[in-house]
Write a new protein. Structure first.
Length: 299
């Protein structure tokens, strides 16, 4: 890695790639994130009803998803908007996991809720609005669950890496970084998808990096193209909002894919993921050849 990146992100030494730590893989149930497999997390913004979460879980599982997303504790901009079902929502997610075998990722908003959410979730999501809530990060780290760390609305890459460093420093190496769009002067879309940040993070950090095209754009019709860009940017996976009836969603309906749109996106992504896998295999081959060459040279 270029020396200047090491210097620039010197405050977050443990998240940077090194010879000893080229890539972290995060184990979830019986698979890994960051190990080459492109992992899709999908589901509604909020857990609304048993029927909604079950139907979505069954559908996204059939489409190749490994992880079900869904908020039980929702960070809403308005105090009058739906705040999530809390414990009831967690229980619905647990029943969906039981029925489908999908892993669960769900947001934890408060330090006091960490033990409860960790009991139900396979991955704890730290939302954008909490990226720099350091006591929450420390509590999430101590839970021992993998942490999905979403980039803050106005956080730089250095800020994101510092927050990841906090989780690592509290003894939890299983952090997944998530680019979910940032605030810029552009208002046509909900956020600005910072695809360069994905490229940079993949280059400098050993942590898995995923993209959230739903919050990055705020428009369901833009989500598939942004997902394709995330694959091409070498992301390790996606987190995407899917709802049986987006028009009736209790939150983020305008950016949620319905089932046919989700299926079409997954089918469209297939050849792009295959190309990515081929490229990764070539890269591994080249690395092995280089290692052999070095070994021959020292013999
Ligand atoms: C979400 O995933 O539903 C969410 C609230 O995301 P973010 O924290 O990125 O806004
Ligand atoms: Mn949402």
């Amino acid at each position: 890695m270029c020396e200047s990146w090491q210097e620039r992100f010197a405050e977050s030494p443990d998240v940077l790639k090194s010879a000893e730590r080229p890539q972290t893989t995060v184990q979830v149930l019986d698979f890994e994130i960051g190990g080459g497999l492109f992992v899709t997390m999908a589901g509604p913004c909020s857990v609304e009803t048993e029927q909604q979460i079950m139907a979505t879980a069954e559908h996204v599982r059939r489409g190749g998803t490994r992880i079900l997303r869904g908020g039980a504790f929702k960070p809403r901009s308005s105090p009058y908007a739906f705040q999530g079902h809390g414990l009831e929502g967690l229980k619905m997610l647990a029943r969906a996991r039981e029925a489908t075998g999908l892993a669960i990722v769900t947001e934890v908003m408060a330090e006091d809720d960490v033990p409860l959410v960790a009991e139900y979730a396979d991955i704890l999501q730290i939302g954008s609005r909490n990226m720099e809530n350091f006591s929450l990060l420390a509590a999430a780290a101590r839970s021992g669950r993998p942490v999905l760390l979403k980039r803050g609305l106005v956080a730089t890459v250095a800020d994101l890496l510092r927050s990841a460093q906090v989780v690592l420093a509290h003894g939890n190496p299983n952090v997944i970084l998530c680019e979910r769009g940032i605030r810029t002067f552009e208002t046509a879309m909900r956020n600005t998808f910072d695809v360069a940040a994905i490229t940079l993070l993949k280059q400098i950090s050993h942590l898995p990096v995923i993209a959230d095209p739903s919050h990055a754009s705020g428009h369901s019709d833009l989500v598939p193209a942004l997902a394709r860009i995330a694959v091409a940017a070498n992301a390790d996976g996606l987190i995407v909002e899917v709802h049986p009836c987006p028009a009736k969603a209790w939150s983020d309906g305008e950016q949620s894919l319905d089932f046919p749109a989700f299926d079409a996106m997954m089918a469209m992504l297939d050849p792009w993921i295959a190309l990515r896998d081929l490229e990764l295999a070539h890269h591994c081959d080249r690395q092995q050849q280089e290692e052999l060459r070095v070994m021959e040279a020292v013999r």
